[in-house]
Ligand binder design. Sequence first.
Ligand code: SF4
Length: 165
Amino acid sequence: MLKFVNYSVVFREVPNEVTLAINISGCPNKCKGCHSPHLMEDVGAVLDNEMLYSLLCRYNNAITCVCFMGGDAEPEKVEQLAFFVRRATNGRIKTAWYSGKSQLPRGFIIESFNYIKLGPYIEKLGGLDSPFTNQRFYKIEEGRMVDKTCLFAKRKVVKTEASYQ
Ligand code: SF4
């Protein structure tokens, strides 16, 4: 069962999109220097189709993308939720996944996503905007993963936040 602790409307995590980023808890990756250690705990509210639909109703006209931040403990559930977003919005709202794994699980269906980020956080290499980063950001084009990490070269952060109550 996927759970989330909060969500934010962000402008940086997915280039050229206004994104509802949902922070999923229960992360199994244990990256050294993790920026959000609370996300390793089994906390928060259940993230299912019903909850996602209520968020879509609230933000439908304000966003162009939904990004699932985490969910590596249950990647198939992340894929199902991404498929739900596509279906519920007739494909108007794009979907993205930030995974902390270096590779996708075997048999993972990438067609439910427009964007996928792969790679754990390694402190000395930095995040996506670091020239030394191990992480990769892909755009899904015609069933292929096209590396677009270069889009992150030093961008400004603009962010508004809302917590789930
Ligand atoms: S994937 Fe993200 S949340 Fe999980 S341990 Fe690594 S940095 Fe922390």
